[in-house]
Design a protein around this ligand. Structure first.
Ligand code: PBG
Length: 330
């Protein structure tokens, strides 16, 4: 027989010892649940995101009672869904004080003061172009998303969310300078305790398809490569991280998550700020579809994916699997 003094398998011999040496934990305390809300009266299942729902405001409040009260999910991130008639060139519905997100925030904070309510800040759900900002039409038929004009609208949108009672503002638009502009505007109005979770390195990813299906927000012309990052780049993410940090972001985000674990790990080394990772709609749907085909164990595969994101260095994870994961982890 072999004389082998060093045997890593000794540390794997029982669940007890595996538990002692486990390096990464995943708990419900790490999870943020992205939710969709519309002004309609019905709660409608979302075809592109099995298990997710376009909630009415009362439906949203009721569901948050279960998610927060029973499952212990600490934070929800709200996305507004509006009908085409409310979409305009400038996306002004985004900062309507009576808009669906603003009303939903008020309803949630009234019912659950301890639930952390986060809101997405970007114009795409409200834009006829399906772009995240103010658009200039180009002679050739394309569009240009104007940076500084867009930042002004994002500031109005964020303020309307803060007025409604949002705890965290989450700009997902990738305009330059928006974190600093949001911080300054919020502070001037006395919202010094409203946090900013910045989409620091949001990639121009093909994995947002099911989300755009849920919102009806796919770009009508062109793409988002003029502002979202090139999936080929990692160093550029650190440059964005430095800027967001200087501009006053409280939390940095990497998005998508599982295809960008190297970016999460690099950012973890680079900053002392907390890091969030967004396990996006396409990453979720891949797991759902593979599980539905019978070839993946949904629970094992989902928890493995989420644990990998934590191992790479993310403190918190935005995921559509949050309710299921919370049940599995209970
Ligand atoms: C848009 C926004 C997107 C997502 C979050 N905010 C889509 C996009 O940039 O086109 C994607 C989320 C997901 O795919 O789960 N501001």
């Amino acid at each position: 027989m072999m004389k082998l003094p060093i045997r890593p398998r000794r540390n794997r011999k029982s669940e007890a010892i595996r538990g002692l040496i486990r390096e990464t934990t995943l708990s419900v305390a790490n999870l943020i649940y992205p939710m969709f809300v519309h002004a309609g009266e019905r709660d409608e299942p979302i075809e592109s995101l099995p298990g997710c729902v376009r909630w009415s405001i009362p439906g949203l409040v009721k569901e948050c009672g279960r998610l927060h009260g029973q499952l212990g999910i600490p934070c929800v991130d709200l996305f507004g869904v509006v009908p085409d008639v409310l979409k305009t060139g400038d996306g002004a519905e985004a900062y309507n004080p009576q808009g669906v997100v603003q009303r939903a925030v008020r309803a949630l904070k009234e019912e659950f003061p301890d639930l952390l309510v986060m809101t997405d800040v970007a114009l795409d759900p409200y834009s006829i172009y399906g772009q995240d900002g103010i658009v200039r039409e180009l002679p050739g038929g394309g569009v240009e998303v104007l940076n500084d004009e867009t930042v002004e609208s994002l500031v109005r949108q964020a303020i309307s969310h803060a007025e409604a009672g949002a705890d965290v503002i989450s700009p997902s638009d990738m305009m330059d300078g928006r974190v600093g502009a949001l911080r300054q505007a919020l502070d001037e109005l006395g919202y010094t305790q409203v946090s900013i979770m910045s989409y620091t390195s949001k990639y121009a990813s093909a994995f947002y398809g099911p989300f755009r299906g849920a919102l009806g927000s796919a770009p009508k012309a062109g793409d988002k490569k003029g502002y979202q990052m090139d999936p080929a780049n990692a160093r550029e993410a650190l440059r964005e991280a430095e800027l967001d940090e200087q501009e006053g972001a409280d939390i940095l985000m990497v998005k998508p998550a599982t295809f960008y674990l190297d970016v999460i790990a690099a950012m973890r080394k680079h900053t002392h700020l907390p890091i969030a990772a967004y396990h996006v709609s396409g990453e979720y749907l891949m797991l759902k579809a593979a599980a539905a085909s019978g070839w993946l164990d949904e629970k094992e595969a989902t928890l493995e994916a989420l644990t990998s994101i934590r191992r790479a260095g993310a403190d918190m994870i935005l995921t559509y699997a949050a309710p299921q994961a919370a049940e599995w982890l209970a």
